[in-house]
Structures are given as C-alpha cells and as structure tokens.
Ligand binder design. Structure first.
Ligand SMILES: NC(=O)c1ccc[n+]([C@@H]2O[C@H](COP(=O)([O-])OP(=O)(O)OC[C@H]3O[C@@H](n4cnc5c(N)ncnc54)[C@H](O)[C@@H]3O)[C@@H](O)[C@H]2O)c1
Ligand SMILES: [Zn+2]
Ligand SMILES: [Zn+2]
Length: 382
C-alpha cells in the first residue's frame, strides 16, 4: 500500500510499504478515508525529535473497517470509525481511570502509545491506505454510516478532543475569561471548546493573520503578538486583572515576534496573563529531548520557567497528551446534533500523494495550509 514515510528532516515521501495485517485477535484493519497532518507531525518533520527514517506518519485517522480479528466483538466489517491518536488497552490502571494517553500496556516503560509517532510504540501511522488498530473494541469510535460530517469527525482523532482537554485541564467554566496562546488548529479548537464550555470572553494569541481571522470568526478576540506584548493587551481587555484561565497550544517551538525560538516564552507569558489562583492547561508539546534546541539545557527539556511568580500567584497547571477517549464520544454527538462543527479549521483537502508538498507548505505556515486532510482515494468512491 501507499504511505507517507519519513525520510529525514524536511523530507517525507509517499512510497510503497507492506500492507498491515491482523496480528492479534483484538485487531482490526481500517481502510483510511481521511487522515490529517498535525502540528505534532511537524516536530518530527523538522528533525526536532529522535524520529528515524522509515517511520510512517499519521495519528489522526478515520475510515471503514476492512478486516476484523476473531476476538473483536463490537466492531464489524464496513463500520465507519475514527481512532483516537492514543493507542490504549482499556484495562490497565490508567485506562480504567480515563487516562488513556498514559496506557501502561501498549508501550511499556513509556507513558502511552500513539500511531506513527516517535517513542510512542511500534504502531504504524495512518497517512496510508490502511491502518492496523489494536484493541479495536476500545480504540474505534463508531460513526454514522455514509460520508456526512467527514471533516468534522476527522477532527475527533486529535485536535478537537485535545483543544477540549486544554480547556478541561484549565477547568474552563461558564462565565470564565480565557487566554489561548497559539491559533494553530489545536489553539482554535481550545478556543472553540472554551466557548462550548460557556466562557464569556476568549483571547487567542498568534501572529499568523489567517489563523487570527478564524479565531475572530468563532467569536474569540484575536491578539497579534507581533503588534505588541500580548500579556499587556489581554490585561487591558480584562480590566487589568488577567484572565481566569489560560491554555498553551504552542509548545516548545514557541517563537518571539521576530521569529527566534524561545521554548519557555509561552509558559512564562501564561504565568503573567492568568490572574492569581487561575488555572493553565498545557497541551502544546514539551519534550525531554530536542536535537535542534536553542540551548544545551533546552536540548534536555530544561526550560527557565518563572516558578517564583507561578507560586506567588497560586497558579495550577495541567499538562500532557490528551486522553482523547475521555471526550471523543461526547464531542461526536455534538457534531451529530449540529452543535459543533470543528471542520471550520480544515483549509485543504488533498490526495494522499500530495503529502510531501502539503508538509512543506504547512511547515512554512503558508496561508491555506493550517489544517490539511489527506484522502488515499476520492470520498465519492468510498
Ligand atoms: N497534548 C496533546 O495531546 C497534543 C495533541 C496535538 C497537538 N499537540 C501540540 O499542540 C501544539 C499546537 O499544535 P498545532 O497543530 O496547532 O500546531 P501549529 O504549529 O499549527 O500551531 C502553533 C501556532 O503557535 C503559534 N505561535 C508560535 N509562537 C507563539 C507565541 N509566542 N505566542 C502565540 N502563538 C505562537 C504559531 O504561529 C502557530 O500558529 C503543538 O506543539 C503540537 O505538538 C499536543
Ligand atoms: Zn495531531
Ligand atoms: Zn491501558
């Protein structure tokens, strides 16, 4: 089958790889209908992780079940399903507690597994024609048959639940003011989720114009950090107090307005943006090792954080990969009932074969490439 394979920094190619097969009775094979490129893929694409060549990318996957292992009970051939980016078992201590991003079974010795991601276990990605899904009863979210809401449902694999997780970790509640740093797809979903949870005012900080425009379209207040200090702008917009809650949807590749990377800049801005005793949800990625870091400390994941101010203000912060399974059924039902349309972030729908060009353009934050979905074949033929 055809798959998007990492060759080395700034180089992915669509090449032929072996078809996946049922390896355990609890597996299914899914024929991919839609798979998305994520900001998380870019960390690998840019050579900013330990990813090795040969890795098949793709952790945001949905499709039609093609083959079913003998031990699978709830999923049938022909079912339309979406898979959380986390691979999880469903029976370990963390899975039982709803913390499926930290499954103890699927990637022993590490906190959790994922498809097509460095360090996250032996699970091939779904930017391909087919995908093997382990523990399929647990990892497949059933969807209504047909092709309706395809792009909305595709967002259930990662960014919609991840944005929601940021808002949940920050405990965004009705009436809250919220500052979201980053207007990439994850930041936009965090803002959208905060509004779904009843926030009164949501600020979204970025410097990419078309991303800020989308933030404004969903009812958030755009803050351009290239036009001035975002902390000051948000303080001004909240009567000098700062917001009740904050969300980091940028991560360790955060930049200052001139473009230079400063891995701790967003965390520190959040510490100064959120009012005393407020809460921060950090879904932007931080890693214990970064081969391209701007300093030797950052290369080992050690950042200079304003812990003094953080403590003095009595702040609380949640971190980590999103437990997609904790939210995906509920968010799916909001889509089905017409109360959420996360596909507003999708800016491009392309055949799988165009992945190399799409990666290059998305990596440059080119207009129109903020969220790319790939199709191994035309949806009409599905
Ligand atoms: N925790 C999880 O489960 C999870 C899941 C998916 C993605 N992520 C992570 O979330 C982050 C965002 O993902 P994405 O797909 O939206 O990526 P993206 O790269 O498209 O978006 C990041 C945005 O941050 C902006 N930015 C950079 N520096 C900034 C600053 N100082 N202030 C404000 N904005 C700034 C960039 O202009 C860009 O628009 C990535 O780190 C990704 O790895 C985490
Ligand atoms: Zn993703
Ligand atoms: Zn588990």
């Amino acid at each position: 089958m055809k798959a998007v394979v990492y060759q080395g920094p700034y180089d992915v190619q669509v090449t032929d790889v072996e078809d996946p097969r049922v390896e355990a009775p609890t597996d299914v094979i899914v024929r991919i209908t839609t798979t998305a490129i994520c900001g998380s893929d870019l960390h690998m694409y840019e050579g900013r992780t330990g990813a090795e060549s040969g890795l098949v990318f793709g952790h945001e996957n949905m499709g039609i079940v093609e083959e079913v292992g003998s031990g699978v009970t709830s999923i049938r051939k022909g079912d339309r399903v979406c898979m959380p980016f986390n691979v999880a078992c469903g029976f370990c201590t963390n899975c039982l507690a709803g913390k499926t991003a930290f499954c103890l079974t699927v990637n022993p010795g590490f906190g959790g597994g994922a498809y097509g991601y460095v360090s996250m276990g032996p699970y091939r990605g779904g930017q391909a024609e087919y995908l093997r899904v382990p523990f399929a009863d647990f990892n497949c979210l059933p969807l209504p048959a047909g092709t309706e809401h395809e792009n909305d449902f595709a967002m259930l694999a990662d960014i919609f639940p991840t944005g929601y997780h940021g808002a949940a970790m920050a405990q965004v509640s009705p009436g809250d003011t919220v500052a979201v740093y980053g207007a990439g797809p994850v930041g936009l979903m965090a803002a959208y989720s905060s509004l779904l949870r009843g926030a009164s005012k949501v600020f979204v900080v970025d410097k990419v114009a078309d991303r800020l425009r989308l933030a404004e379209e969903i009812g958030a207040v755009p803050v351009d950090f290239s036009a001035g200090d975002p902390v000051e702008a948000i303080k001004e917009g909240t009567g000098g107090h700062g917001t009740d809650k904050g969300i980091d949807a940028v991560g360790y590749q955060a930049t200052v307005s001139a473009g230079e990377e400063q891995p701790a800049v967003v965390l520190n801005q959040l510490i100064h943006t959120v009012r005393a005793t407020g809460r921060i949800g950090t879904v932007g990625l931080y890693l214990p090792s970064d081969p391209g870091a701007p300093s030797p400390e950052a290369a080992e994941g050690r950042l200079l954080i304003d812990i003094g101010t953080f403590f003095e203000r009595g702040l609380t912060m949640g971190t980590g990969q999103a437990d997609v399974k904790a939210y995906n059924r509920q968010l799916r039902d909001l889509i089905i009932e017409g109360r959420a349309t996360p596909s507003f972030v999708v800016s491009k729908e392309l055949p799988l074969t165009e992945a190399p060009d799409a990666y290059a353009r998305f990596d440059k934050r080119e207009e129109g490439y903020s969220k790319v979905v790939l199709r191994p074949r035309d949806l009409a033929g599905v």
